[in-house]
Every structure is written in structure tokens, then in C-alpha cells.
Design a binder for this molecule. Structure first.
Ligand SMILES: [Fe+2]
Ligand SMILES: [Fe+2]
Length: 178
């Protein structure tokens, strides 16, 4: 967010702040929802690829503004698929554990995100990713090539992360991309 505030186009930072506000409290909400179905996040064991993935996204978000924009657009887009995936994973976990899924907080949490939140985040940034601005009198221009590089760097980080999860689960990705 701080990085994109340096753009002449202030709409990017405004949209990212809106997204962050919308996510405020969600970590606590998700933690409680998982606890309801028997998973205590405080008892987790660190999964290094996740730590590395978050560090990489943080690094991209703090880099030059157009790169940060591209990286965040890519992760917001993937968030839709991630919520769909975790919706199904929790459904299975609840089913196998004999825990009701419908009406529970964990399903409601994913429903909320799939039914518009993440699509809204993606669409909110989409308005800026195709800009290719000339030098600006105040602030930096959006540079389309740099936006694309940022998005590809984030996609690469996501592929590595998901690849590590597939490996842990002992399954091959359905669509190997490398
Ligand atoms: Fe959220
Ligand atoms: Fe999001």
C-alpha cells in the first residue's frame, strides 16, 4: 500500500486500503471457525514454504509500485480459487469427521469470500493493471510491463507454494505448469 501511494494514480492505494479494511478481523474469524471444527491454529507446525511464500509476496508488495500492483492483482485473482478450494477441503474434513458443515462458521467464511469479496478485490485492481502512463508531473506512472513482471513473479511464488503443498499431500498437480 505504501509503495503504491507513490503512484500518480492514487486509486490503486485507495483500493488496496479498501481491501485491507474489508479483511480486518478475518484472521480472527477464520481461526474461530477452524476451532469450531476441531483445528487449533495455535497448535500448528510451521510449513516453511508458506513462510517463504508470504515473505516473497511481502517483498514484491514493498518493491516499486507497478510491480506491487501486478503482484497483488495476481494474488487477489488467485484468492477466488483458493477460497473455492478450501471450501471443498473443509467440506471433506467435516464430512469425514461427522461434523455438520452447512450452517457452520467455516462454510459461512468461505461463502462470504466466494460470493463477492475476492471478486471485488480483483475487479477493483483490474481498472489499473492495463494502464500504461507517460511520465507524470506528480508521482510515478503505472508501467504495464512492470505490472506484468510483478504478476508473473507472484504467480511463480504461488506455483512454488502450491507445488510444495501438493508434494506434502503426495499428489501431483492436475495441471503441471513446469
Ligand atoms: Fe477475508
Ligand atoms: Fe482479497
Amino acid at each position: 500500500m505504501a509503495s503504491t501511494a507513490r503512484l500518480a494514480e492514487q486509486g490503486v492505494a485507495v483500493e488496496l486500503q479498501r481491501n485491507a479494511n474489508e479483511e480486518d478481523g478475518h484472521a480472527r474469524m477464520y481461526k474461530q471457525a477452524m476451532l469450531d471444527v476441531g483445528t487449533d491454529v495455535d497448535q500448528r507446525v510451521e510449513f516453511r514454504p508458506t513462510t517463504q511464500f508470504l515473505a516473497r509476496v511481502g517483498e514484491l508488495a514493498r518493491s516499486e509500485p507497478s510491480r506491487a500492483l501486478g503482484a497483488l492483482y495476481a494474488t487477489e485473482t488467485a484468492a477466488i480459487f483458493e477460497h473455492e478450494t478450501f471450501f471443498e477441503i473443509w467440506k471433506q474434513i467435516c464430512h469425514r469427521g461427522g461434523i455438520p458443515y452447512d450452517g457452520g462458521r467455516i462454510k459461512a467464511f468461505h461463502d462470504l469470500h466466494v460470493d463477492g469479496v475476492e471478486q471485488g478485490h480483483k475487479d477493483g485492481l483490474a481498472a489499473f493493471v492495463d494502464l500504461d502512463q507517460p511520465p507524470q508531473t506528480q508521482g510515478l506512472p503505472v508501467n504495464k510491463d512492470v505490472v506484468e513482471h510483478g504478476a508473473l513473479a507472484a504467480i511463480e511464488a504461488m506455483q512454488t507454494w502450491w507445488g510444495a503443498m501438493f508434494e506434502l499431500a503426495g499428489v501431483a498437480p492436475a495441471n503441471p505448469t513446469r
